[in-house]
Design a protein around this ligand. Structure first.
Ligand SMILES: [Zn+2]
Length: 399
């Protein structure tokens, strides 16, 4: 922090001195700023001599006149302070800019945006929202940026219906300009889908399955293969005891090309346990495995074969998969099945641990790891960036 303050001070002293020199040589300069420059400048040095670095930074900031040439310096300084967590000081700098009538409309809007960013960093969402709504309406240059920050505000407040409305505006704006809509580096269509799924899960939590189903179906408008919405629709159909619909939506989960996970397998078990015929789970697993040859599905299929037709049938199936789809966890499972005597207990424990599939999820954006699925990464706040890592042996395979 001391080093950062020292660097900041050197840059500020240079900026003020350069501005003053330019002013003396007759270049365009704010007259009021030039008149008060020396006293603020020397006051800053007094703070420095007294060892009060923060006071010195404030004094040099005041000494730096606000005009077209120095606006970027003020904004950069405010941004540095905000990133260092000194949000109050960043707010003072940006509020000071908004009082200057000599700035153009675009420059005032830029200052407006920075102040809104300060309020978001300070958790003052109501104040940020008002600034951003005004900015989105008044500035064509900063409208899309203001709307993306409004998404930050509504996400933080969990105001999902307001977030959906902004995502819709971003999508419409991008379509009118022939561009792809993005917010936080993710497609606005994807964000809209997750905001609707959040609303659906709230409705589901209150037992309003009809409303939940409606939100999930709206979420599929732009992304028909959206896994979260499809899984939600399976759960809604199960709540309605509508088995054909549950299986219809689960078929779309299978066709979505998303990697099968333990929770998706659990959902398939729920769908099939509602079916009157006992072999539906086995035939569904066989259909799923024909579409996706994952070790997780192979092991689930072998477990069901073992239950219905015995260990020999399960081992034959697993062995038949190894030639075409070599898998360390499938091979370990076969070795485990071959161990029968109690004398082999330590090996059994090791193999059992290796083929377990409870190794959780990892964010492919920031690397955050977590045991259970989250639709939003707790580390980087990206939506749907946590992906199933498979068991320990699958990870060794690069799974
Ligand atoms: Zn992340």
């Amino acid at each position: 922090m001391l080093l950062n303050n020292a660097l900041l001070l050197v840059l500020l002293i240079l900026a003020v001195a350069a501005g003053w020199t330019l002013g003396r040589s007759g270049l365009r300069m704010d007259l009021a700023g030039r008149a008060q420059l020396p006293s603020q400048y020397y006051r800053g040095f007094n703070f420095l001599l007294d060892g009060e670095e923060e006071g010195a930074v404030d004094a040099f900031t005041e000494a730096l006149a606000v005009n077209e040439e120095t606006l970027d310096t003020h904004i950069a300084l405010g941004s540095v302070l905000r990133k260092r967590g000194e949000v109050d000081r960043a707010i003072r700098i940006h509020q000071n800019l908004l009082k200057r009538p000599q700035l153009s409309a675009v420059q005032l809007h830029q200052s407006h945006l920075e102040l809104a960013r300060d309020f978001i960093a300070a958790g003052l969402y109501d104040r940020a929202e008002q600034l951003l709504v005004d900015l989105a309406a008044q500035s064509s240059e900063f409208s899309a940026t203001a709307q993306r920050h409004l998404l930050d505000v509504y996400e933080a407040q969990r105001d999902w219906s307001a977030a959906v409305a902004i995502a819709e505006e971003l999508i419409a704006l991008a379509e009118s300009e022939g561009q792809s809509a993005a917010g936080h580096g993710q497609p606005a269509q994807q964000l809209r889908g997750h905001y609707l799924c959040e609303q659906a899960e709230n409705a589901h939590g209150f037992g309003d399955y009809k409303a939940a189903k409606s939100f999930y179906e709206q979420a599929l408008r732009d992304q028909p293969q959206e896994l979260r919405a499809l899984m939600g629709l399976v759960r809604c159909a199960l709540k309605d005891s509508d088995r054909p619909s549950a299986m219809k939506y689960f078929s779309r989960v299978m066709e979505s090309n998303r990697r099968c996970t333990p929770e998706i397998l659990g959902l398939l078990r729920d769908v099939c346990s509602a079916e009157p015929y006992s072999d539906v789970y086995l035939s569904s697993l066989q259909r799923y495995y024909s579409q996706q040859n994952s070790p997780l599905l192979a092991l689930a299929l072998a477990e069901e074969l073992s239950r219905q037709k015995g260990n020999e049938a399960a081992s034959l199936f697993l062995r038949s998969t190894l030639n075409q789809y070599p898998s360390a966890s499938v091979a370990a499972s076969l070795a485990l099945n071959a161990l029968e005597s109690q004398d082999s207990q330590p090996e059994r424990d090791v193999l059992d641990e290796l083929i377990r599939n409870d190794h959780g999820y990892q964010c492919d954006h920031c690397g955050f790891t977590v045991k259970t699925r989250h639709w939003r990464c707790p580390g980087c706040r990206h939506w749907d960036s946590l992906h199933y890592r498979g068991g320990a042996l699958e990870q060794l395979n690069g799974g």
